[in-house]
Design a protein around this ligand. Structure first.
Ligand SMILES: *[C@@H]1O[C@H](CO)[C@@H](O)[C@H](O)[C@H]1NC(C)=O
Ligand SMILES: *[C@@H]1O[C@H](CO)[C@@H](O)[C@H](O)[C@H]1NC(C)=O
Ligand SMILES: *[C@@H]1O[C@H](CO)[C@@H](O)[C@H](O)[C@H]1NC(C)=O
Ligand SMILES: *[C@@H]1O[C@H](CO)[C@@H](O)[C@H](O)[C@H]1NC(C)=O
Ligand SMILES: *[C@@H]1O[C@H](CO)[C@@H](O)[C@H](O)[C@H]1NC(C)=O
Ligand SMILES: *[C@@H]1O[C@H](CO)[C@@H](O)[C@H](O)[C@H]1NC(C)=O
Length: 433
């Protein structure tokens, strides 16, 4: 049943997604940038890959090891990219080979401009030779940035042409390479990138902070934003993502940027919100912390397999924000809901305000797209951030009809429930309710 549904989804996705067979569910892995910036070399990458294995992260789905900016040296006389020989004395292929030998996949970074954001050579005008070289090295994933783009943005068509050139070049190599576009939401990639990339960033860079306003991330919405910027606080990115969920699906995802969980700028509750919402919105889950030195708390967040199952659900349907209500002391309450396979649903309540709140969660709002029978229906709920008697995430917390009354939610907390039909009821009955 699950496989049949998956094939159906794959079949449908051929029409609308990049046809390289990758990122059927949102990609998962680790990237150097958020924690290490430009301080990277062969040893760092290989110890991170080892630490991923030691911590069993591949078992949870984290399988890409991605090198961000600052691996580059110079181009050689034929124009081929070469790594910095002091950081990568054995070349990039040697690193990729070792990562592959561990059963992991290897990702690299470049930029659709004359230089990368860190000032190294970019790939604009070098798409073919760069893609060919990446394929020879054994690269499985390309993050493709937007600095020094020569002003080649401003309309969707101009941005599309620039990013499509690398998409075509990657396809021409014959090697399936996941294409992760990073144009910061400029010109609305959710409209034009669905057939050329596996994912596209929707905003300026994430900032390891819950809600601090920073003028360098100046837009309140990304729909017509003229300066994506950076230092975008985590809950601002959730606001940016809310309207564009409708454009994502298997093979083509909105990228809310790499995770900050474990980097120290947020509390436990705030990181739980960060990880949960990235999963519900079907963003890639790319860890950005030092995986060689994680606290147990960090490890427990990133290995919540009930939340990861929501991210990787075969329906590939991002949750929708059903309402956002301002709280008088500042911040807001938000209700999100979405569909999973097999008549299962996900419900999230967020409290970004500085005070604890008590609120009814009405099924009228949760099941706005499913209709009256669901809105007055009965569902069994599992709290995905509580463990059951066997120590598994997703404790059953009761059966509710029409609403979850008087939910207490602390400041900066999130509640995530999976809702299923009560045991004994048949799917058919609910479909016909
Ligand atoms: C290249 O594109 C074609 C047509 O969309 C597709 O069938 C093929 O699988 C792609 N190959 C790679 C390596 O991405
Ligand atoms: C540049 O490097 C590529 C391999 O990446 C090699 O095939 C080519 O011969 C090199 N060109 C020169 C002039 O060394
Ligand atoms: C895309 O590549 C073609 C040739 O391969 C080139 O003429 C065109 O200028 C490129 N477009 C952009 C926006 O880089
Ligand atoms: C490991 O993390 C702790 C904080 O959790 C920090 O104090 C320590 O310096 C880190 N060690 C290394 C080697 O980075
Ligand atoms: C983390 O958990 C392991 C095993 O579960 C335990 O041995 C270790 O003491 C814990 N470390 C901390 C800092 O709590
Ligand atoms: C707010 O809720 C949290 C738990 O969610 C609780 O620990 C805390 O005591 C509450 N604070 C107040 C002022 O009620």
């Amino acid at each position: 049943m699950r496989n049949a549904l998956l094939s159906l989804l794959l079949g449908l996705s051929v029409v609308t997604a990049l046809d390289n067979g990758l990122a059927v569910t949102p990609q998962m892995g680790w990237n150097t940038w958020n924690h290490f910036g430009c301080s990277i070399d062969e040893d760092l990458i290989l110890s991170a890959a080892n630490a991923m294995i030691q911590n069993d992260l591949p078992k949870y789905g984290y399988n890409y090891v991605n090198m961000d900016d600052c691996w580059q040296g110079t181009r050689n006389a034929s124009g081929a990219p070469q790594p910095d020989p002091t950081k990568f004395p054995n070349g990039i292929k040697a690193v990729a080979d070792q990562i592959h030998a561990m059963g992991l996949k290897f990702g690299l970074y470049s930029d659709a401009g004359t230089m990368t954001c860190g000032g190294h050579f970019g790939s604009l005008g070098f798409e073919e030779i760069d893609a060919q070289t990446y394929a020879e090295w054994g690269v499985d994933y390309l993050k493709y940035d937007n600095c020094y783009n020569q002003g080649l943005s401003g309309t969707p068509k101009i941005s599309y042409d620039r990013y499509n050139n690398m998409s075509v070049a990657l396809n021409n190599t014959g090697r399936p390479i996941l294409y992760s576009m990073c144009n910061w939401g400029e010109d609305g990639p959710w409209n034009f990138a669905t057939t050329i990339a596996n994912s596209w960033r929707i905003s300026g860079d994430v900032y390891d902070n819950y809600n601090r306003y920073d003028v360098r991330c100046p837009c309140d919405s990304m729909i017509d934003c003229k300066l994506a910027g950076f230092h975008c606080a985590m809950t601002r990115i959730i606001d940016f993502a809310a309207p564009v969920g409708q454009k994502a699906g298997p093979g083509h995802w909105n990228d809310l940027d790499m995770l900050e969980v474990g980097n120290g700028g947020m509390s436990y509750d705030e990181y739980v919100t960060h990880f949960s919402m990235w999963a519900l919105l079907k963003s890639p889950l790319i860890l950005g912390n030092d995986v060689t030195n994680m606290t147990n708390e960090t490890l427990s967040i990133i290995t919540n397999d009930a939340i990861i199952a929501v991210s990787q659900d075969a329906a590939g349907s991002p949750a929708t924000r059903q309402w956002k209500r301002a709280v008088s002391q500042g911040g807001d309450l938000q209700l999100w809901s979405g569909s999973l396979v097999n008549y299962q649903f996900i419900i999230a309540l967020l409290n970004t305000s500085p005070t604890n709140q008590t609120v009814d969660v009405d099924f009228e709002d949760v099941f706005i797209d499913q209709g009256a029978a669901y809105q007055s229906g009965t569902f069994t709920l599992y709290d995905l951030w509580q463990k059951d008697g066997q120590g598994n995430w997703g404790k059953e917390v009761g059966t509710y009809t029409a609403k979850i009354p008087s939910v207490h939610i602390g400041s900066h907390q999130v509640k995530i429930w999976k809702a299923t039909l009560p045991s004994g009821s048949s799917k058919r009955n609910v479909a016909d309710l």
